[in-house]
Structures are given as structure tokens and as C-alpha cells.
Ligand binder design. Sequence first.
Ligand code: FES
Length: 197
Amino acid sequence: MTKKITKKTTKSRAVCEPKCGVCPKGRTAASGPYTADVMEHFSRPHNYGKIKNPDGVGKVGNLVCGDVMWLYIKVGKNKAGKEIIKDIKFETFGCVAAIATSSAITDLAKEKTLEEAIAIDKQEIVQTLGGLPPIKLHCSVLAADALAEAIFDYYAKQNRAIPKELEEKHHRIKKEKDIVEEKYKDWTQKEEEIHNQ
Ligand code: FES
């Protein structure tokens, strides 16, 4: 008698083993060290692209790896007359975590007042994604800094007084950006050329 062998089709949604403890929710065998949310934002990034005639642009480079991000904002007003991020888009030349955090910050910042948007930090971004592997935590800095720079650019273009917290962030980011551009000169120039095509 021959035994019929039926192929089992199991969906691979099990949490990775061994658990790293970084991302308690959503990490699957298929997504490796990344949570399902990270992979979702990486595979289908939200608000990817440029904004025509943006009100503010933030361009930042990552000190650790040299990756670069551009973030564009359009500012409008809410019903209470407060300035809010009406539209936001990004372009990132970077890793899985850089793209996922860029996408996540656009969701977090949209419709927020400028003050609320300035307060978004890397911890909030990482939390939204359900965690990042420790080696990838630095990638979340790119998104937080790009948003701060875009808002700084908006205030500066309007000759407005810049909030102290934002001014301090800008000085730190500019210092790091200069180092990145010097350290990865050839690469950042290439990226700029590709970006402007
Ligand atoms: S390795 Fe460059 S931002 Fe992630």
C-alpha cells in the first residue's frame, strides 16, 4: 500500500528564534531581524518622492555610514490657525532601517503643528516601528534630523525667529553634515548627481 504524502503549507509568521528582545511584536522568520512594520514601510514606503516648490527642505547625512536623506515639507494651517505640516515627502539613499524610519516619520509628522513635529525624536520613530536591531538604531537619527532641518529651513526662509531647541539641533546637524560631506566626498557628490537627475 502506498501512502499519499500531502505537502504542508505553513505560513511563516513565527517570531524569530532566538528572540533578540528588541522587537517583541511582529518580527517574523521572513523579516529576519526586522519587525513586520519595518518591512512594511521598507517595501511600500509612505510619502516617497519630492514636493514641488516645498516650503522647507532638510538634507542630512548619516555620520556612521554616509547614507543621505532629503525631506520636503509644505506648511499649512489647521482650523485653529496653527501652522501644521500639510504635506511631507522624502527621498532616502539608505538601508532598510533608513527607508523604514523615513517613511514612518512622514506618517508621524503629517498634520502635526510645527512645535509637535520638532518634538518627534528617534525613540518615537523606533517605537512606531516596533523596534530596530541595536546595530540599526543609528539609522533612525537620519529621519529625525531631516525633519528638524526641513522645519529650520522653513523658519529661516521666512526670516522668522527660530526656536532655541531647533537652533541647537541645526548646529549639531550641520557640524555632522560637514563631516559626512568631507568623509564621503566622492560618494555624496555622486548621490547629489543621481538625486538631481
Ligand atoms: S546603514 Fe546607513 S542609515 Fe542605516
